[in-house]
Design a binder for this molecule. Sequence first.
Ligand code: NAG
Ligand code: CU
Length: 319
Amino acid sequence: MKFLSILVAAGAAAPAIALPTAEPRATCTNPTKRVEWRQLSVADQQSYIKAVLCLKTKPSKMGLKTSLYDDFPNVHFNYNKYIHGSAPFLPWHRYFTHVYFDALRECGYEGPGTHGRPPPLGRHVPRDRLRRRWQRAEDGALPDGEEQLHCVTEGPFAGLRPEYLAVTPFKMMDGGHCLFRNLPEISEPQAFQTMTSSFGPAGVAQVQDSPDFAVYHTALEGGPHGVIHASLGGEMNPTTSPNDPLFFLHHGQIDHLWWEWQQKNASRLEDYNGKASHLGEDGDREVKLDDIVPMNGLAKDLTVREVMDTLHGELCYTY
Ligand SMILES: *[C@@H]1O[C@H](CO)[C@@H](O)[C@H](O)[C@H]1NC(C)=O
Ligand SMILES: [Cu+2]
């Protein structure tokens, strides 16, 4: 099945990273409370979407010719090996999502951070409407092969042109490509049925029952997390998946789940272990709380310790 390609290594060398300066761990006052997307006011939803589009007009913070919008898929693509299939998955994506919400603030968004949650299955968009949307191809100006993509042609993101795409036969494309989704719900209904058992309430409850971090991060990443990527398909499959604005609602929810799991037992604020292929090193080694959470210049690097508790230091949010 095509949708497993999220786990394919993208193979780009990770750039050198600066060590963070040691700082006292400040306890935050006045944390913001993140809310589910549908609990945002309509004004906040509109402002959020406007800010997402505005990221395309801001310069890269990583010294690239492309926009701030494109920094996010770029950095995610470059750290692929370190941040997926291993312990850093949860802390890295926690900080990454936070950095994104901060970037939206620079684009005028004043509402809280947010997250998604799948609506009751089959209830979101009528199937025939979904099918019509999926079948419609974008007219004109498609790079070679783009006609095979199911471009988003309606709504605020219809004109969006993300620059980077890590999927064969495409490479990092100059001039961008349409935002696309594959929607296995329509293209592979049987596979989609299997996916729903993983990201549905029973599947999630089972993951949330995990006894420790090692079991938990593996079950969450490979289960509901991976399957939501797969169930949207298209842009959400390759390691440039932050191209799709839905990525951040999805990872907001993955972070929400980790937060809920941590709330059940205070020692989980320090439960971090396992092996990872560290940047610039051969082979895997044991992770530790003092490892850095690298952002390659998109934001300052933090340590894992600094992101374990959302109420400490930089993060300062709750759910
Ligand atoms: C609390 O969490 C730690 C770390 O995840 C785990 O090892 C321990 O078994 C948990 N205790 C209970 C009572 O669940
Ligand atoms: Cu990821």
